[in-house]
Design a binder for this molecule. Structure first.
Ligand SMILES: Nc1ncnc2c1ncn2[C@@H]1O[C@H](COP(=O)(O)OP(=O)(O)O)[C@@H](O)[C@H]1O
Ligand SMILES: [Mg+2]
Length: 272
C-alpha cells in the first residue's frame, strides 16, 4: 500500500494519523471518512463576493483531508480570508459548493457548521480581549451540553502558558499567547476540522515556530487543519497540501514540497 502522506513537507509520519481519535476530538462515531466522495472538507469551485458586491472568488477550490495540514498562501488581497469565510458560511457562494465529510453544507449558517464539527479561527477579532483566558475558552464551549472541563485541561496541556494566565484578561497577553487563546477557544467545541486564518500574524520568528509546533501537535491528534499563512515558506514546509491563490482563483496547487520546489512559485511568492 502506498503511503498517502509520503509527500508531507516535514516528513513527520506520526502526524499522518488519519484514523487517530484525538483527545480533543469527540468520541469515535464509527464512521469512515476516507471513503469515496472527495476530501473531508472542500470548498469546491467557489464563486462569490460580499453582499451585492462583485465576485472576489472565481472558481476557487480549497480542501483538506483527514490527517492533513493544508496551507493557503498568496499575495495580500488575493482572497485567502474570503475563501476561508466562504467555507465557513460567512459569505454567499453564488456558484460552487462546500462539502463536509461528503455532505453538502453550502446552505448552512456558520453556527450550524460549528455544530457539524467545523472550528474556525478568523484572522482578526478572534478573542474577547476583556474576558479572561478561561472565560474565552468557556465561550468556545457554547455549543456543548456535556462537561467540557476535560477538554479545557487538554487545551491547557497543549498551551501551558494559558493555564498560568487563565485568570488574566486575554487582551493583556502577547500576540502569540492571544493566538493560542483563539486556537484553544476553537478546540473547545471538539471540532472535526480546524480552520486557521493567519495564526502566526504579527509574531516573532521564534513564536511562529512554536505556534507551528503546536498546530502540528493538534494535527497529530487527528484533526485536519486548513490554514492561511503569510509565512509562506515555513508554512509550506509543514503542509501536506498547498494552494497558491491569486485574484480569487487557484494559481498553483500541489504538495508543500512540490510548491517549495516550483521555480515559478519560488520566484513569484517565496522571494526567490
Ligand atoms: N468585508 C468585506 N467587504 C467587501 N470587500 C471585502 C471584505 N473583505 C475583504 N474584501 C475584499 O476582498 C478582496 C480579498 O480580500 P481578502 O480575502 O481579505 O484577501 P487576503 O486574505 O488574501 O489578504 C479584497 O479586494 C478586499 O478588499
Ligand atoms: Mg486575509
Amino acid at each position: 500500500m502506498s503511503d498517502p502522506y509520503g509527500d508531507r513537507g516535514n516528513k513527520d509520519r506520526s502526524i499522518a494519523n488519519a484514523d487517530g481519535q484525538g483527545s480533543v476530538l469527540p468520541k469515535a462515531s464509527g464512521k469512515s471518512y476516507a471513503a469515496a466522495g472527495g476530501p473531508f472538507l472542500i470548498g469546491d469551485n467557489m464563486t462569490g463576493g460580499y453582499g451585492k458586491g462583485p465576485d472576489i472568488l472565481h472558481g476557487c477550490t480549497i480542501a483538506v483531508d483527514k490527517g492533513e495540514i493544508a496551507v493557503i498562501v498568496g499575495p495580500n488581497g488575493a482572497g485567502k480570508s474570503t475563501a476561508m469565510k466562504a467555507v465557513f458560511g460567512m459569505l454567499d457562494v453564488r456558484s460552487g459548493s462546500v462539502r463536509l465529510d461528503g455532505e453538502d453544507i453550502t446552505g448552512l449558517s456558520p453556527q450550524a457548521r460549528v455544530a457539524k464539527g467545523m472550528g474556525f479561527v478568523p484572522q482578526t477579532s478572534n478573542i474577547f480581549t476583556s474576558m479572561t483566558v478561561e472565560e474565552n475558552l468557556e465561550m468556545g464551549a457554547f455549543i456543548r451540553r456535556d462537561d467540557y472541563r476535560a477538554t479545557m485541561e487538554q487545551i491547557y496541556d497543549l498551551f501551558p502558558i494559558l493555564r498560568d494566565k487563565r485568570n488574566q484578561a486575554a487582551g493583556e497577553l502577547s500576540g502569540g499567547q492571544r493566538q493560542q487563546v483563539a486556537v484553544g477557544r476553537a478546540l473547545m467545541t471538539q471540532p472535526k476540522v480546524l480552520m486557521l486564518d493567519e495564526p502566526t500574524a504579527g509574531v516573532s520568528p521564534i513564536v511562529m515556530d512554536e505556534l507551528f509546533d503546536r498546530i502540528i501537535e493538534v494535527a497529530r491528534t487527528g484533526i485536519p487543519i486548513l490554514m492561511v499563512e503569510q509565512n509562506a515558506r515555513q508554512a509550506l514546509e509543514i503542509a501536506d497540501k498547498g494552494y497558491v491563490l491569486v485574484q480569487g482563483a487557484n494559481a498553483y496547487t500541489g504538495t508543500g514540497k512540490e510548491l517549495l520546489a516550483d521555480p515559478e512559485v519560488r520566484k513569484s511568492f517565496l522571494g526567490g
